[in-house]
Design a binder for this molecule. Structure first.
Ligand code: COA
Length: 147
């Protein structure tokens, strides 16, 4: 299989979500389970676009850290970027921030694996991520330390 090189920065994508009633916990702030759903969804979209396939599965959610509660009525942005590629896996960094202050409230990593549609076994994805900025290089190091 031919390997295509992709710059890490070119995979970055931001999606937005308005936090409202159905997203809340009993404290009236964003429920961690809902935050995790949005977090994984954001990473999935970025990985699926970069690998040009829907045949990926989430192997791992790591280091997801909630720095402070997110209030009802807040609009949050989720920026995901691939910071690592292996043979069958990619490592994605997700940062969640509140609009309009851009205050960083949640972050962490995800690992997605390309899986064969029929056998569901891991298969090569054919992408090589080239880290092209200092922040991504630091994130890649952090990701690999925890792998
Ligand atoms: C994902 C899955 C197909 C991988 O199974 P597998 O073929 O036995 O796994 P492998 O040992 O070949 O590893 C696959 C990749 O994961 C990586 N990996 C394994 N453990 C890891 C860990 N703890 N952290 C990060 N990456 C890890 C491996 O390094 C490999 O990547 P590489 O090829 O880029 O080096 C299998 O574990 C699975 O089906 N899991 C369930 C997924 C799921 O249902 N997710 C929820 C719904 S999306």
């Amino acid at each position: 299989m031919e390997t295509k090189t992709v710059k890490s920065s070119s995979t970055s994508l931001t999606t937005y979500h308005l936090v409202r009633g159905m997203d809340l916990n009993h404290h009236g702030t964003l429920f961690a389970g809902k935050a995790a759903l949005l977090f994984v969804e954001s990473g999935f979209i970025v990985s699926s676009l970069a690998l040009n396939t829907k045949e990926i599965v989430c192997l791992r959610i790591h280091g997801m850290l909630f720095k402070r509660p997110i209030q009802s009525g807040d609009t949050i942005g989720l920026t995901s970027q691939i910071i690592y590629s292996g043979r069958t896996s990619v490592g994605v960094y997700v940062r969640v921030f509140v609009q309009p202050s851009k205050e960083h409230v949640v972050d962490g990593f995800l690992t997605f694996v390309k899986a064969d549609e029929t056998t569901h076994k891991s298969v090569p994805h054919g992408i090589s991520i080239e880290v092209d900025d200092e922040e991504s290089a630091i994130l890649q190091k952090k990701y690999l330390q925890d792998k």
